[in-house]
Design a protein around this ligand. Structure first.
Ligand SMILES: [Ca+2]
Length: 550
């Protein structure tokens, strides 16, 4: 469950980096850098004789307020099977602050957030993977709906300030107008996020080895389709290849042809970012993958199914290969101490230039994860509430489970993590990762803390570690660089980025499914000129990418 949620989160954040998520296009016209920096200076209030700021918040220590004195609302995308988040209740006990949490599944949350923002009836905090850089720019820099936080952090938030002082963090968090609009979310991260996983039991059943080239891969998929690979007696219920509907990552396989691409069509070639969505190599990938599709080797619902359908088929042992963050997301096989049936599909054609895009350098700074809006009364209470959530033992609670219940301090700053399977099933569920904390919201543990300070009673087999080790020799050295759009370009860029991204995805589906013939030069030309007509040159200029790969 843990890995599965991380998966969803990571996928979506990548999406948010360039995606223009905002529905509002009437943000007051174009702005210049000068007229943007006229936000009211934050003036810290006096502290009264009770040690309270504004007569409500204790400036230091816990609780933050007197009982019943303050409630704020958080809107985010998330889910919980119990209807509660364990650590939110713990934080309420510590701070006396009540949280009115409004959460929606990722699929519906963006639409709901846009409705709220347009109506003016939005929450005090908006957070999660539904936020994006362009929303920070539109609603923060341009409109002032999201408020600048740097002075509040400076005045009241020692933990957040320490996080901002970590290498590169403050720089990445600071918007082009010099303000910080979000609560920082800094964490250890994986070098490979979404990748194909192959069923080794099926391979044994069809008597084949793990494929190493695109030709061998095709032969394996054919064997999966033609034989009773899952061994249930029915030779026709196998689906050789599928992918996570929310994180398809199909274009990543252009790396097998030498161009490791991200979901926006950017790639690193000789470690330099280029736009590759009109390149011959991407076209070669599409043509290859269309042939797999035409032979019935690809899930016919790949472009239409939702997560539940994908998981359902995986749980019924119908998938030979699927792209996913972790194999248990779709296999339904519970993680144990031993290796699961699924292995990482190696980077194909590795002996012939096959390469994979490095997702992160091993850690990530998420700068569009939680904002405080101008509807919030006493934003400093909210900032301190997050600051308290970032205290070490609260961070442990949000990441692994509450201290004293799941995690126990030992000597030398070490913490023992018990096997939660030893607890009764109700407690297990209450303390499962997705019920600890809205995992789409910022949380914090010092870098590598889990690796260096946790002693696991029952360490689960780490398939992501196996994946990372398998891929490391074939990963790009760098990652696609992040960027901020200059304030005067925000509106224009948002619209262009949204249309280009939608078009890129639509066209990819049409080419793969064969509704458009990728091998027809005039069709390909029309696709390429479609991108140009949408403002590709402006899009690339804003992102500082100068090369369009041919
Ligand atoms: Ca079968």
């Amino acid at each position: 469950m843990k890995k599965r949620l991380v998966a969803m989160l990571l996928a979506t954040v990548v999406a948010c980096t360039a995606l223009a998520g905002c529905g509002s296009k009437d943000g007051g016209g174009s702005s210049t850098a000068e007229d943007l920096d006229n936000k009211e200076e934050y003036v810290p209030a006096e502290v009264d004789a009770d040690g309270k700021v504004d007569g409500i918040m204790y400036k230091e220590g816990l609780p933050l307020v007197d009982e019943g004195a303050y409630t704020f609302s958080i809107f985010c995308d998330d889910s919980t099977s119990t209807g509660e988040f364990y650590m939110l209740n713990e934080l309420e006990k510590q701070t006396n602050v009540k949280v009115d949490l409004r959460y929606f599944p990722y699929e519906n949350a963006t639409e709901r957030m846009n409705l709220d923002l347009n109506s003016g009836d939005y929450a005090d905090v908006i957070g999660g993977w539904i936020l994006s850089d362009s929303m920070i720019l539109t609603y923060g820099v341009e409109q002032g709906v999201f408020i600048p936080l740097e002075d509040i952090f400076e005045e009241y938030c020692p933990n957040i300030s320490a996080i901002l002082d970590l290498p590169d963090v403050r720089e990445k968090m600071t918007a082009p107008d010099g303000h910080i609009y979000t609560i920082p979310y800094v964490c250890d991260d994986v070098t490979v996020n979404y990748s194909p996983w192959i069923n080794t039991r099926w391979l044994e059943n069809v008597n084949m080895e793990i494929p190493k080239t695109t030709e061998e891969f095709e032969a394996v998929l054919k064997a999966f389709k033609e034989q009773d690979a899952n061994g249930n007696g029915d030779p026709n219920d196998e689906i050789p290849f599928s992918t996570d509907p929310n994180n398809k990552y199909l274009q990543a396989m252009t790396g097998y042809f030498g161009v490791p691409m991200d979901k926006y069509g950017f790639a690193l070639v000789d470690e330099k970012p280029v736009f590759a969505a009109t390149s011959a190599k991407y076209r070669e990938f599409l043509s290859w993958f269309n042939k797999l599709y035409e032979q019935g080797l690809v899930d016919p619902e790949i472009f239409t199914q939702d997560s539940a359908t994908w998981e359902g088929k995986g749980n019924r042992d119908m998938y030979g290969v699927s792209i996913a963050y972790g194999s248990n997301e779709f296999s339904g096989i519970e993680q144990t101490t031993t290796k699961p049936e699924f292995d990482p599909l190696p980077v194909l054609n590795a002996d012939n230039g096959g390469i994979w895009l490095r997702a992160t350098p091993g850690n990530s700074v998420y700068r569009a994860q939680a904002v405080i809006t101008d509807n919030a009364e006493h934003p400093e209470i909210i900032a301190r509430w997050f600051d308290n959530a970032f205290e070490l033992e609260n961070g442990i609670g949000c990441n692994r489970g509450p201290v004293g219940v799941v995690v126990f301090p030992e000597d030398n700053d070490m913490y023992r993590v018990i096997d939660t399977k030893t607890l009764d099933s109700e407690t297990q569920e209450k303390l499962s990762w997705s019920n600890l904390w809205p995992q789409s919201l910022p949380k914090f543990l010092p870098m590598k803390f889990g690796k260096e300070h946790f002693i696991e009673d029952n360490p689960l087999y780490d398939e992501k570690k196996n994946l990372e080790e398998t891929y490391e020799p074939y990963l790009t050295k760098d990652v696609i660089p992040s960027f901020w759009v200059q304030p005067d370009m925000v509106e224009e860029y948002s619209e262009i980025a949204q249309s280009i991204n939608d078009y890129f995805n639509e066209q990819q589906a049409l080419f793969i499914s064969g509704e458009q013939d990728v091998d027809d030069d005039s069709v390909w030309e029309t696709y390429c000129s479609g991108l140009e007509a949408m403002g590709l040159s402006t899009y690339l200029e804003v992102r500082g990418v100068t090369e369009v790969l041919e």
